[in-house]
Design a protein around this ligand. Structure first.
Ligand SMILES: [Ca+2]
Length: 94
């Protein structure tokens, strides 16, 4: 988790606003920290930028067009739940 905090802080500084991620910063963070995440969406017809746009639209709770740290935490929580729901049942079989 500390790595994700550092990743947020590192990528959020790119455009001079260290408190939020722009769409470009979000895209760069995902591509650096979660390789393949934007590419691996079976059935999706969106290109990578379209996926980033959709992700930002869903997660930008205050509608300012940027992702603040609390919105980023919600993204991580949702992602963690999705991974658990996919991997959890497999672990229980062992
Ligand atoms: Ca926001």
């Amino acid at each position: 988790m500390m790595e994700m905090v550092v990743a947020f802080e590192t990528h959020a500084q790119t455009d001079g606003d260290p408190e939020t991620l722009s769409k470009m910063e979000l895209k760069e963070l995902i591509q650096a920290e979660m390789p393949g995440f934007l590419e691996e969406c079976p059935g999706s017809t969106q290109d990578i930028q379209g996926k980033v746009d959709t992700l930002m639209n869903k997660l930008d709770q205050d509608g300012d067009g940027k992702m603040d740290f609390m919105e980023f935490i919600d993204f991580l929580a949702g992602l963690t739940l999705a991974i658990y729901s996919h991997v959890g049942p497999c672990r229980k079989i062992k």
